[in-house]
Design a protein around this ligand. Structure first.
Ligand code: NAD
Length: 391
């Protein structure tokens, strides 16, 4: 089977779906890998490195799609809402497509993908289980984003992060506050600690407390309890507006005492809750920085503008989108390992094994046989349940 890797086309995207280091594993499993010329260059992987590992370099994008049994991308049509549509005419019936597909996005886009006849797998839908851990691209990208978020704030903030005792006196450490302690938040805590900041963190899931403490952070406990804070998959559950209002009241003091706030609080398939208000920002010291990793999902701060940096009341509010793409070498390496683990799980002896009894296959299968196949996505999009599972 041929795996085709086209160059990413989302503006500014620097990642690539496969890196040369995973090619030997894929070749050993019987795959042939075709790479569009220049696909890895922005991440630091030259054509020659792929060729050395047995990859075939193909100049023409259309030829990649024409030859591939499997197309591996980072941002497929869906999250690539700028140029992704141009790939749809290149899709072939029953071709396998793997990548970020924004399953809880636009019905119209998902229908276009389904009707093109591709069997698509959305990495966002990978179960958060021990078995699927090596295939969990969401966690890989969140790790990179959480790390980079801290570096961005450190770069912009007028203070030094660590405590320094110098001949010119003592510098006190910066105070960082992380809201939402999932994968990105925990990596932000670890990174801010490594830079010497004093770190506090909060999550509505009580299970996060121990994780924060094990990283050397102080867990902020609020005298409110979320109802069923966590669902069976480990995700936070949406709370009512009353709860969020109480949260904002109680978080205000901690936010205002912080030099840096990194907000990562999101709920799958929902708009992110507003937890940092303009009033709180007004109360922060001049020069403070808020980095809103939830920007793409509506933002945790009500001043955030997705994709922009705004300065208001002397505070810089950053709403990055696609932060993982700014560390493309390692983001691509981790993504490539996830995709390789997934493909070698999915395809045995050169045959797609669409075994819907396997949770990994069932959960990630987004479109199949011309239909949107994933049950939760159909429910989210208010489509009737499929009587017979496609495939
Ligand atoms: P996420 O990106 O969905 O959310 C980020 C964080 O925001 C979460 O910790 C969530 O609890 C928090 N949050 C949401 N609303 C909030 C609010 N109002 N106030 C404060 N915090 C709020 O999270 P994620 O990184 O995808 O992780 C989700 C869960 O999955 C976690 O429990 C994580 O430990 C678990 N996980 C498990 C595995 C595995 O077992 N293989 C892998 C990755 C993640």
């Amino acid at each position: 089977m041929i795996i085709g890797v086209p160059k990413e086309t989302y503006p500014g995207e620097r990642r690539v779906a496969l890196v040369p280091a995973v090619l030997p594993t894929l070749t050993k499993a019987g795959f042939e890998v075709h790479i569009q010329s220049g696909a890895g260059i922005d991440a630091g992987y030259l054509d020659v490195l792929y060729a050395e590992k047995g990859g075939k370099i193909v100049a023409d994008r259309a030829a990649i799609f024409a030859a591939a049994d499997i197309v591996a991308q980072v941002l497929c049509y869906g999250p690539n809402d700028v140029n992704g549509q141009l790939d749809v005419p290149l899709y072939r019936q029953n071709q396998i497509l793997v990548g970020f597909l924004r399953p809880f996005g636009s019905l119209e886009v998902l229908q276009q993908i389904a009707q093109a006849g591709v069997t698509s797998f959305s990495v966002e839908l990978m179960p958060r289980t021990t078995r699927a851990q090596s295939m969990d691209a969401l966690s890989s990208m969140a790790t990179v984003a959480g790390y980079k978020a801290v570096l961005v704030t450190a770069d912009i903030h007028p203070r030094i992060f660590p405590m320094l005792t110098t001949a010119a006196g003592t510098v006190t450490p910066a105070r960082a506050f992380v809201i939402g302690c999932g994968v990105a938040g925990l990596q932000a805590i670890a990174t801010a600690r490594r830079l010497g900041a004093v770190v506090s963190a909060y999550d509505l899931r009580p299970a996060a407390k121990e994780q924060v403490q094990s990283l050397g952070g102080r867990f902020v406990e609020l005298p409110i309890e979320a109802k069923d804070a966590q669902d069976a998959r480990g995700y936070a559950t949406a709370q009512d507006e009353d709860f969020y209002r109480r949260q904002r009241e109680l978080l205000g003091k901690v936010v205002q005492e912080s030099d840096v706030v990194i907000a990562t609080a999101v709920i799958p398939g929902k708009k992110a809750p507003i937890l940092v208000t303009e009033d709180m920002v007004k109360g922060m010291a001049p020069g403070s920085v808020v980095l809103d990793l939830a920007a793409e999902r509506g933002g945790n701060c009500d001043i955030t503008e997705a994709g922009k940096t705004v300065v208001k009341h002397g505070v810089t509010i950053i709403g990055p989108i696609n932060l993982a793409s700014t560390v493309p070498y390692h983001a691509s390496m981790m993504y490539a390992r996830n995709i390789t683990a997934f493909l070698t799980h999915l395809i045995k002896e050169q045959k797609l094994n669409l075994n819907l009894a396997d949770e990994i296959v069932r959960e990630t299968l987004l479109t199949s046989g011309g239909e949107i196949a994933q049950a939760r996505v159909r429910e989210f999009l208010k489509l009737p349940a499929l009587t017979k599972q496609a495939g």
